[in-house]
Design a binder for this molecule. Structure first.
Ligand SMILES: N[C@@H](CCC(=O)N[C@@H](CS)C(=O)NCC(=O)O)C(=O)O
Length: 212
């Protein structure tokens, strides 16, 4: 990837897909560097993001921005014109939704993705995973209700980056014992997203397939 261009780092299957979708929706002049799983722990990437996580944006001037909700906020402010301004009601609601999805919902996946970080024995790991699924059940119920109260089409009543993140979270649900069928608005939301040209572009850029 050229150093003289803003570059978004992604990896298949990860939350970085939401930023990749945002780049596609905005047609932002940001290159997407999709790494193989494992590259995020190698020196070349750790020099860019010492946290060893995606997403990260490395700017042409060498500065690096990490954290998905901060990256989405920057993309909207820099490339979204008034559409994603944080001083509009939609902008405020979007910032709120993205913080919730990152710090509450995504964070609750910790024991699912890496139970060994939470407990030692296999049985204790199973226990923390089951507790995480209970927490996630509550989060998906809340998101289902919010989407349905907003009319069922878009999470905030109109298309926003919250839909990009929700799409990632709905994809992850499939890996858990939770059932998409318990959330009647989430499945059509996934189909709506997968019919979207920007989402198709982002999925292809990240070597991912639609799920629906
Ligand atoms: N708080 C961070 C979390 C980023 C994160 O956990 N990314 C995951 C992918 S969804 C990752 O890079 N995992 C690799 C690892 O932890 O080894 C954010 O919101 O950007």
């Amino acid at each position: 990837m050229p150093d003289n261009q803003d570059t978004l780092y992604t990896m298949p299957g990860t939350c970085s897909l939401a930023a990749n979708i945002a780049v596609a929706w905005l047609d932002a002049p940001v290159a997407v560097a999709n790494m193989d799983y494992g590259d995020h722990k190698k020196d070349a990437y750790l020099k860019i993001n010492p946290k060893g996580k995606v997403p990260a944006i490395r700017f042409a001037d060498g500065d690096v921005l990490t954290e998905l909700s901060a990256i989405l906020g920057w993309l909207g402010a820099e490339h979204g014109k008034d559409r994603y301004a944080r001083d509009t009601t939609l902008g405020r609601r979007e910032a709120e939704a993205l913080s919730y999805m990152t710090s509450e919902v995504h964070a609750s996946y910790g024991p699912h993705f890496a139970a060994q970080n939470f407990a030692e024995s296999e049985s204790a790991q199973e226990e923390v995973k089951q507790a995480a699924y209970d927490t996630l059940r509550g989060h998906y119920e809340r998101m289902e209700k919010k989407l349905s109260n907003a009319g069922g089409e878009w999470y905030l009543g109109e298309k926003s980056f919250a839909d990009a993140f929700l799409y990632v979270l709905v994809r992850w649900l499939d890996q858990t014992p939770l059932s998409l069928g318990d959330y009647p608005s989430l499945s059509p939301h996934r189909d709506r997203m997968e019919a979207d040209e920007g989402v198709k572009t982002a999925l292809a850029r990240q070597d991912m397939e639609p799920q629906g």
